[in-house]
Design a protein around this ligand. Structure first.
Ligand code: ATP
Length: 810
């Protein structure tokens, strides 16, 4: 294991405190051990920032239960009433405890650096444990030399990176055999296809579909394979019944950037999806690759090998002198989002906090990042993280992921630490500046939102959270591809975490995984509609950028063709050029694909879940409908046609200015829909997972059927946002609890001070009594307020339980 591992983490907090205690606290060895115990307790409660002040007060840890008033508080109704009166007299605002924690100046400034915990060194260490997203100082990232250095294409050429094939290709031996057969029997990809794949690689959003083979159970049940793949297109043959019960097959055709059938290996998946964006990571790109699909469709199977492959290529590039000389290093972190909460998969599932810094950069406090210089160690981390994931059993998958797992590989540039700066910059050195990164997301099953009323509350909340995040993710992709200034990343924890993947120089690859069996038809169609929507957004974005490219001076194109840039160009200029060169490649693809255009395409009969008529009938403005019409149009008949492209070019030229004006109402609609759609978590059937992207308002009041896309019936909507409200209240309750403990600590400090004063000769007992009375009242009021909040929350849970029972007669 030649890998070098370096750790930057929040556990340094405890270490610092233990060190401090070991260095000789005032209470001697037993108190030191107590401090360590307290530090651990506080850390586990997300209150580590309180550790040092507590240590500095010299409070004996054995007193902690008393200090925290365990078993204390208003027990009887009479006591409670008295406390309420007291609160009123004190003019307390019970809501104030719900404020999220913001370290007060008092807590941080009042402690000297010598306390260890708050020393600059330690703080920096802690900071280094953050997902270092705020280190994007453009001018510092890459020297002109680096930018002008052409990438050595060889390490990423297919066939070169075979080294780890045997190690991590999860394909079973059975599949390996199939693959060999496939290699012989399946016609090798045409040049055209290869070209189109390569050139399309630069698209900002790329949508790939992967179909898995029928599994043993499905074969045993003699289920039909209803999905046929033909190059970049696929057809779903949906078994349907007419009203007179005659069986018939309805065909749904889709076309994507790439469609990978059941014979395609994980290796090939990597080549099509991630490999092309690896070099861009060194050019400030934040890439995201995620798998989407129903449970058991192969998301984990698809996603697991990708980071390892990517790490292999990244490490290879990092070893090139140009990057090695600049101290470019690779860092890995792995965490999951489960039930709206973050857990570090490489640190015993330690709960993580997400914070925004002053520059609105998202930081994951306490997330461990490991420097990795060897692929073997990456493999070990991945295995460790996967073993720590939240999984459970579903009907479709015995090892089903119940969370979103996010593995991030970040390339950082580490500055040289000169002796004079060593002290202050040592942590800067450790964390480095993020040059670019790639996030691999294995999403929880997309239909989990439909695992609803038969399940317990926890599972429903899980489902709601998953649905919410998938919708939010789609919203972000939509905004991203429209180049909107506002990206709605606050829609969920998932998108908040991925915030930096949605701004600036980003690339997104979506792998939609589908099951081929007839029993999964509904889910498969849902997945494909979601993917289709994302893809159509991608097309519009690229087409618009083609405009910009066509007006570029030829020198840019020259630069593109050689992949090298003039050394004299300044950094920002370079990136400007890179931004536009990418669509230029896309444009060439468009032209190549001309023959595949089918001019007879009837918009209304397109196999999309969102036919034009539906949209118009359902109240979208004509401007929006026009735009959607274009998007739908460009989504079919190949990647895009010349005709479509040129018509859009014209249309776009005419209406370029109008697009932003059209966008806001469209976004507004989607926001309204979003809250309606969140209600789907109640639904028992597959429709709950449908995640339609443009469900018109009327749908909530009546049945909706998309004749050409499989029938989908909409039930009356449940009360909107119930679950979201509960999740929010839960967060608020936990925040209030933390705040209450902080207040208690503060009060305890005051009490200790009072005790110290009263013991002094000549102290005034009257003062002591008055102040103690005041302090105790505050303590009691804090508890009552928290209890009241807790009672409200319990009430909400009960209410929701009753509501569910009423809604679903068992
Ligand atoms: N392309 C494939 N070839 C062979 N087997 C596959 C393929 N895709 C998936 N499988 C198998 O199908 C099963 C389910 O796959 P996987 O666990 O990846 O599904 P998932 O989409 O991640 O499910 P969940 O959302 O429940 O976590 C696994 O046993 C996996 O090995």
């Amino acid at each position: 294991m030649g890998g070098k591992m370096q750790q930057t983490n929040a556990s340094a907090a405890s270490t610092a405190l233990y060190d401090h205690a070991a260095a000789g606290g005032s209470l001697g060895p037993s108190a030191d051990a107590g401090d360590a115990v307290m530090a651990r307790w506080l850390q586990s409660a997300g209150l580590q920032h309180l550790a040092s002040p507590l240590a500095s007060t010299g409070i004996d840890h054995r007193l902690l239960p008393n200090i925290l008033m365990q078993g204390y508080g208003a027990q009887s109704a009479e006591e409670k009433q008295r406390l309420f009166k007291l609160m009123r007299n004190l003019n307390f605002n019970g809501e104030s405890v719900s404020e999220p924690y913001i370290p007060s100046a008092q807590t941080s400034a009042g402690v000297s650096a010598s306390d260890g915990f708050y020393s600059p060194d330690f703080r920096g260490d802690f900071g280094a444990g953050l997902l270092d997203l705020h280190a994007m100082d453009d001018t510092e990232l890459l020297s002109e030399h680096v930018i002008s250095e052409p990438f050595d294409p060889s390490p990423l050429m297919p066939g070169v990176s075979k080294g780890f094939e045997n190690d991590f290709n999860l394909t079973s031996s059975r599949q390996q055999g199939e693959q060999t057969d496939a290699d012989l029997s399946v016609p090798s990809p045409t040049n055209e296809k290869e070209n189109s794949t390569k050139e399309n690689n630069a698209a900002k959003i790329k949508v790939v579909v992967r179909k898995r083979p029928l599994n043993k159970k499905e074969l045993a049940r003699k289920e039909d394979d209803i999905v046929t793949v033909n190059d970049n297109a696929l057809t779903v043959h949906e078994p349907r019944l007419k009203v007179d019960l005659t069986a018939y097959i309805e065909k749904h055709e889709f076309c994507f950037d790439a469609v990978l059938d059941e014979r395609v290996t994980n290796d090939e998946v990597y080549r099509v999806t991630v490999e092309p964006i690896i070099p861009t990571i060194f050019q400030r790109t934040k890439a995201t690759c995620f798998a989407y699909g129903q449970t058991g469709s192969g998301k984990t199977f698809t996603m697991q090998p990708l980071p390892l492959r990517a790490a292999e290529d990244l490490v290879r590039l990092l070893h090139q002198p140009v990057y090695r000389n600049q101290r470019f290093k690779l860092w890995l972190s792995f965490f999951e989002i489960y039930g709206g909460k973050l857990f570090d998969l490489l640190s015993e599932r330690k709960k993580l906090c997400m914070r925004e810094d002053g520059r609105q950069q998202v930081c994951i406090v306490g997330l461990q990042e490991f420097e990795v210089s060897d692929v073997q160690i990456v493999k070990e981390f991945i295995e460790k993280g996967n073993a720590a994931r939240s999984t459970g059993s579903t009907g479709a998958n015995e090892e089903s992921s119940r969370s979103h797992a996010i593995l991030q590989l970040a390339v950082k540039k580490h500055s040289e630490v000169k002796d004079s700066r060593r002290n202050s910059d040592v942590n800067d050195y450790r964390s480095g500046k993020v040059v670019g990164k790639i996030s691999f997301i294995d999403l929880a099953g997309s239909e989990r939102g439909a695992d609803t009323t038969d399940n317990d509350r926890q599972t429903r909340i899980e489902g709601a959270e998953i649905n919410k995040s998938l919708l939010a993710l789609k919203e972000c992709i939509r905004a991203l591809d429209n180049d909107q200034i506002h990206i709605p990343f606050r829609g969920s924890k998932l998108t908040e975490v991925l915030r930096d993947s949605f701004v600036g120089n980003s690339r997104t690859v979506m792998v939609s995984c589908i099951s081929p069996n007839a029993g999964s038809c509904e889910h498969t169609l849902n997945t494909l509609r979601y993917a289709d929507r994302v893809k159509s957004l991608s097309k519009s974005g690229n087409a618009r950028k083609d405009q910009a490219v066509s007006s570029l001076p030829p020198t840019n194109k020259d630069a593109s063709s050689t992949s090298s840039l003039p050394v004299s160009v300044d950094v920002d200029d370079v990136y400007e050029q890179q931004e536009v060169r990418v669509p230029d490649m896309g444009r060439r693809v468009v032209e190549k694909e001309t023959p595949s255009y089918n001019p007879t395409v009837d918009y209304d009969k397109q196999p999309s879940g969102f036919s034009l008529n539906e949209r118009e009938e359902n109240g979208l403005s004509s401007g929006i409908a026009d735009r959607e019409r274009f998007e739908s149009n460009s989504s079919y008949g190949g990647l895009a046609s010349q005709k479509v492209n040129s018509s859009y070019t014209q249309h776009s030229a005419d209406t370029e200015e109008k697009v932003p004006k059209v966008s806001p109402p469209r976004r507004k609609i989607s926001r309204e829909e979003k809250s309606e759609k969140f209600g789907n978590w109640f639904k028992k059937d597959g429709s709950g997972s449908d995640l339609p992207t443009a469900i018109p308002k009327q749908q909530s009041t009546g049945n909706y059927s998309a004749s050409n896309t499989g029938s989908r019936q909409y039930k009356p909507d449940p009360p909107v946002g119930n679950i979201n409200a509960i999740l929010e209240e839960e967060e608020a309750l936990i925040a209030a609890h933390r705040k209450e403990i902080e207040d208690t600590m503060e009060i305890v400090r005051e009490e200790m001070k009072l005790l110290a004063e009263v013991d002094q000769p000549g102290s005034l007992i009257d003062n002591y009594v008055t102040q103690l009375n005041f302090v105790l009242s505050r303590k009691a009021a804090g508890l009552v307020s928290l209890q009241a909040r807790l009672a409200r929350f319990q009430h909400r849970l009960r209410e929701q339980e009753i509501l569910n029972r009423k809604r679903v007669p068992r």
